[in-house]
Design a protein around this ligand. Structure first.
Ligand SMILES: CC(C)(COP(=O)(O)O)[C@@H](O)C(=O)NCCC(=O)O
Ligand SMILES: [Mn+2]
Length: 841
């Protein structure tokens, strides 16, 4: 199931390889992602790189995935069945890990050194902070670094950390970083016009050529033609350093961010000379200039008899910002024109996710090119150089990764500590919770939004004053747009998607503010109950309560942030929002909030299963098929994510509610293709159709849903000679059943049903769960197999662009897909098209 080569990122032929000789698994080889010891691998695998610029130090570092030990023996059997060899895992889990992005002010180099030291990032070697924390620093440890500071501060790094700096060319790094981001991160680039941010889908095969404008202290303009193929075609000395330097002299601001924040409340018309000032308040429409167009930046300062003190610092800051941003936009456009380039990507920490800066640059490009060229910005704007320096060490194989192997997550620790660090980094969960608790006092700060008010243009090349909401720009705005990048080499694109390029998992458009508001309310209202469940799942201890509070605070902060700026974490879909909640629970070590509810409902449902199966067996084929589908719909009502459903649970026992719901089903349903399905299954006019070879059943909730709904449907398919693969979550999400839990459930169900028993046996599911009652050898079985695979995610929804390699392998021979539940079949995938038959229930 190799992903299409077209998406692949160039791999250098001379790429050094890891020395795998004498590699040994540490601990239990049955573990999910066992740690691999590489005794012969030298300790120089860089997992830290720096870009030390004039004003900021940008740091990119890699940490290995934590061990997620499990005794999931199901995987071994399923792998054999589906023909997944271990070779398929390639270098995983060596490569699997996380990329973190952090920045410091260059003037606070000591803080950066403390951070590196406390996280032991300088010791070199994979996973050094776990194996090696007591070991002395490697004498020959080397850190990749770029930027002027790599030369300037090399001695300090040697002195303080005992490491040498391996200097990488700055332009090489910028280009490598930009290429990587544009190819590997789905929603990296966006346009920003008049306060409106829109993500641009870049086709990795149609990326070049483009103009990269990196606005640091100075500005570089680089024409990029390919991987490692570029030319610095221009630049300007009027850049971020100019804004900060002049701004500091003129306003006495203490930091760049303070200066930027001042501009929010500024009015440049008091300093800039506008066309209207020259033309008596009129537009100069003949040449397309409106009265509000700046004719001369700071032009009013010459004719007035005012001194510096007579100008408001806010106005000075805005005037400077506009002058510099326009100038950069204009020179960029001229260079794009010079080389016939249509796309200009702007990066560098001058931008800092600042809406007005981006609008001004976009406006300049749009105005001068008359809409021919497009200004785009990058979410990781400031980290291009550091990322490129990281990539220059090819040993980690990062340049090989593809879009679907990267998952960006936004843990609380990352945006806030990563954005602005004072003091040591957060070491453990306890420190993180304490840190969260501090925000009880500073609650407004954690939710304070970045002003994104739209700015109006006059339509004639003018540009109104930014309309600030009056609140302050958070100083860590840009850092909040950058999460932690999880590298998961085992993820694959689901091979049965009809058109992966056109696939959009999200059905609902959350850029519609009323939709976002609806979901914000649903999630906020559900929060107290979820916290109760989560705390109870951890024994209701004081520690669990403290974690529960921290989780609620963290998730509320995410919600507030996203309400203010829905695109803050990239393009926002409902799937991301629901997954964010689960990730946030896991961050505070709530691994399965619904554990006891799931167990209780499983037991109750298994108790009534035999009667239900008998009832179904008494029906003729046609009635049974309809009852089975109605049964899936009825059983899916046991959904702890929906208040209306939870309210229903007080109205009777599981089987009563199931029967009541099933009896209420009145066809035609709102979307009703049952007749088509029936014809495909049973045939028409006496013609018996060929059964499907293999069905993938994407199951949803525990309890009644899977046991009374999906298992009877699976049994029907098995009876017809169709292999069945139950596809379940890799990690818990609400009351969803996981792939780990399914074998035991199936084993219990199989005690009451020969069809399930034989199929589970044939699929290797009963080897562990029932080894007392059955011999478990597949050779003894004459049945088609029932198998279980994990889907690769831990969310109520599923994005089929990123699924487990197990599922991708199972899909190879599948010709029927059944997606069940609101999350998987409605909120996501409702519009998904597949290469084979598909049923969405
Ligand atoms: C979170 C869920 C998607 C889970 O549903 P499922 O996939 O289990 O059917 C669903 O519970 C949901 O959409 N809940 C909130 C919507 C509502 O209460 O209307
Ligand atoms: Mn569910």
């Amino acid at each position: 199931m190799a992903p299409p080569a077209s998406n692949s990122i160039h791999r250098s032929g001379s790429r050094p390889q890891l020395d795998l000789s004498k590699a040994a698994i540490q601990g239990n080889s049955e573990e999910r992602d066992p740690t691999i010891l590489l005794p012969n691998q030298s300790d120089d695998i860089s997992h830290l790189a720096l870009d030390i610029g004039g004003s900021l130090i940008k740091l990119v570092y890699f940490s290995r995935h934590e061990d997620r030990s499990s005794d999931d023996k199901r995987k071994k059997t399923v792998k054999e069945r589906l023909g997944i060899s271990n070779g398929n895992r390639r270098s995983y889990p060596i490569l699997g890990g996380r990329l973190h992005f952090v920045k410091f002010e260059t003037s606070k180099l000591n803080e950066c050194l403390d951070f590196i030291s406390s996280k032991q990032l300088h010791r070199g070697g994979i996973d050094s902070h776990r194996w090696n924390s007591e070991a002395p620093a490697n004498e020959n440890a080397v850190i990749k670094a770029t930027g002027g500071g790599a030369f300037k501060f090399a001695d300090i790094f040697k002195e303080r950390l005992g490491v040498s700096i391996d200097k990488e060319d700055e332009m090489d790094c910028l280009v490598a970083g930009a290429n990587f981001l544009l190819k590997a991160i789905r929603h990296e680039a966006f346009t920003h016009m008049e306060g409106h941010k829109e993500f641009v889908q870049i086709d990795p095969n149609d990326l070049f050529p483009y103009l990269l404008v990196n606005i640091g202290s100075g500005v570089s303009m680089i024409k990029v033609d390919g991987e490692g193929k570029f030319q610095r075609v221009s630049g300007t000395n009027v850049g971020g350093g100019t804004y900060w330097g002049l701004g500091r002299l003129l306003t006495k601001c203490k930091s760049f961010d303070e200066l930027l924040e001042l501009s929010q409340r500024g009015d440049n018309r008091t300093i800039d000379m506008l066309v209207g000032d020259i033309y008596g308040g009129m537009d100069y429409s003949k040449i397309g200039l409106s009265a509000s167009t700046i004719a001369s930046s700071f032009g009013k300062a010459i004719s007035d008899k005012k001194e510096l003190e007579d100008y408001r610092p806010e106005d000075i800051s805005l005037s400077l910002l506009r002058m510099i941003s326009y100038n950069i936009g204009q020179i960029s456009y001229l260079n794009a024109l010079r080389f016939g380039l249509k796309r200009i990507f702007f990066g560098g920490f001058f931008i800092r996710g600042h809406a007005y800066t981006m609008d001004t640059i976009s406006f300049a490009v749009q105005f001068w090119s008359q809409g021919e060229a497009q200004a785009m910005f990058l979410r990781h704007e400031g980290f291009l150089g550091a990322l490129g320096a990281f990539m220059s060490n090819e040993k980690h194989g990062l340049d090989d990764l593809m879009v679907h192997q990267l998952v960006e997550r936004f843990p609380m620790g990352a945006p806030y500590t990563g954005g602005k660090i004072h003091g040591p980094p957060l070491g453990d969960l306890n420190e993180k919770i304490s840190w969260m608790e501090k925000f009880v006092l500073k609650g407004t700060e954690i939710t304070a939004p970045v002003p994104m008010a739209p700015h109006g243009t006059t339509g004639l090349g003018g540009f109104e004053v930014p309309s600030s909401k009056g609140c302050t720009l958070r100083s860590d705005a840009s850092a909040l747009n950058v999460g932690v990048l999880h590298l998961v080499p085992t993820l694959e694109v689901f091979p049965l998607l009809a058109d992966p390029k056109m696939y959009e998992p999200n059905t609902i458009d959350l850029s519609d503010h009323s939709e976002l508001e609806y979901w914000f309310t649903v999630l906020s209202e559900h929060l107290p109950d979820l916290v109760d469940k989560a705390v109870a799942s951890e024994g209701g201890t004081d520690d669990a309560k403290r974690r529960g509070d921290a989780f609620a605070r963290a998730f509320s902060a995410h919600l507030a942030r996203l309400m203010e700026e829905p695109a803050a974490y990239g393009k926002l879909g409902l799937a991301n929002l629901l997954e964010l909640r689960e990730e946030c629970l896991r961050e505070f070590q709530f691994h399965d909030a619904y554990r006891s509810i799931k167990q209780r409902e499983n037991e109750a449902s298994l108790a009534v299963l035999p009667d239900l199966l008998m009832e179904l067996d008494r029906m003729d084929e046609e009635a049974r098929l309809l009852t089975l589908i109605e049964g899936v719909l009825a059983a899916n009502i046991f959904d702890w994510g929906s208040r209306a459903c939870v309210d229903l649970y007080h109205k009777g026992t599981i089987i009563e509610i199931y029967r009541m719901s099933r009896d209420k089903m009145q066809r035609p349903w709102r979307v009703d293709d049952f007749d088509l399905f029936k014809e495909r299954m049973l045939g028409s006019k006496g013609k018996k159709p060929r059964p499907h070879k293999r069905a993938l059943l994407f199951v949803d909730n525990s309890g009644a849903d899977v046991i009374l709904g999906m298992l009877p449907l699976a049994r029907e398919l098995l009876r017809r000679g169709t292999e069945v693969v139950l596809v379940a979550n890799s990690l818990p999400a609400l009351n969803d059943v996981t792939a780990m839990e399914l074998p035991d459930i199936v084993a219990e169900a199989a005690k009451h049903c020969d069809i399930l028993r034989r199929a589970a046996e044939a699929g290797g599911l009963l080897v562990d769960a029932m080894n007392n009652t059955l011999d478990g050898s597949k050779e003894n079985s004459s049945s088609v197999p029932l198998m279980v695979v994990e889907n690769g995610c831990g969310s109520p929804c599923i994005d089929l662009r990123q699924v487990s390699s197990e599922l991708a392998a199972a899909a190879k021979d599948a010709d029927l897909i059944i997606l069940e539940g609101m999350g998987r079949a409605l909120h996501t995938n409702f519009n998904a098209r597949f290469k084979c038959d598909a049923l969405k229930i």
